[in-house]
Ligand binder design. Sequence first.
Ligand SMILES: Nc1nc2c(c(=O)[nH]1)N[C@H]1C(S)=C(S)[C@@H](COP(=O)(O)O)O[C@H]1N2
Ligand SMILES: [Mo]
Length: 394
Amino acid sequence: MPGIKGPSEYSQEPPRHPRLRINAKEPFNAEPLRSDLISSYVTPVDFFYKRNHGPIPIVDDIERYCVSMTGLIDNPKQLFMKDIWNLPKYNVTATLQCAGNRRTAMSNTKTVKGVGWDVAALGNAVWGGAKLADVLELVGIPKLTSATPSGGKHVEFVSIDKCKEENGGPYKASIPLSQATNPGADVLLAYEMNGKTLNRDHGYPLRVVVPGIIGARSVKWLDSIGIITEECQGFFMQKDYKMFPPSVNWDNIDWSTRKPQMDFPVQSAICSLEDVNVVKNGKVTIKGYAVSGGGRGIERVDISVDGGKTWVEASRYQKAGIPYVAGDISSSDKWAWVFFEAHTDVPKDAEIVAKAVDIAANVQPESVEAIWNLRGILNTSWHRVHVRVGHSNM
Ligand SMILES: Nc1nc2c(c(=O)[nH]1)N[C@H]1C(S)=C(S)[C@@H](COP(=O)(O)O)O[C@H]1N2
Ligand SMILES: [Mo]
């Protein structure tokens, strides 16, 4: 289609902030520095991690751009941007996290396959757009439907981009119809990020945002939405983004034995310090983020300065001046991370640890070895950093 392109090479990539840490160039995968990540509760678009599996599409004829509604529906339809803009607009603050966040640290214990990430393959944005539940009503699927009379149980999102894992085909993923048609699940077709038109890197002109689950299901550059019986059979649902036990290796893997990963477990990381630091006088500020999947709030963040023998509780906050209460929708953004902060004295060389607990009392696992998996996803083990106390005559 003229004016709408999914290029197969990288000559027309958008400009990016020079301070991003580039983990892979083509496709472009980058994350902000730890200190940039925690400089703001709402992540500036420039510092929002960029996770791609192919070249960035170009849509320069917005009038012509449309999303095809296909599959098990009575009246297949083309939705133009004006149809989407005409629906009620919602702003949802949600943290998107790549399942590969903290993969480098998992790979350090035993090699895993995949792009390496430090602790910043996530970001928190205010996504503006239409609710998918409202869009599906336009094609005759009522709210809170888990199966259509014709047997539709999943909603598949297909992109414009071209990925080598799909043999040059588009990125795709699906979510259950029950989630897609539940207005309370806040699944959006977003055209804005932080109050501005979505940019190319993040899915212009239209992307899916599924709060509370791994980022891989929030398909960018939407081309079509299909109502289907089984979950999407694409590479990124069936041959990737599944969590295997530590016993599975590349010789004995059977992809069909596991379900595609959806929900996200509880996670946290210290961002005010690098892995190894020299500090003066033994005073440190320990600051970072904590987030859990499924809209489960953060109940607590524990900090240790002795490698996990003793703990203190960090303070938690989302918005300045409003005390954060996990699970309370009037004082907290349900789908968003919280920042935590603690100030301590570190008398000598120390291992500082953070672990978060969500409102379901799920706790991060202590060791990365216990959750090691060959694709290196969901490294949510206790985050550890090391400080050495430097002396004034150094
Ligand atoms: N079309 C398309 N959508 C996609 C991807 C992609 O490569 N192509 N990557 C997915 C993955 S793995 C993640 S973590 C998020 C990243 O979104 P972001 O780049 O806006 O941070 O987009 C998801 N949606
Ligand atoms: Mo991802």
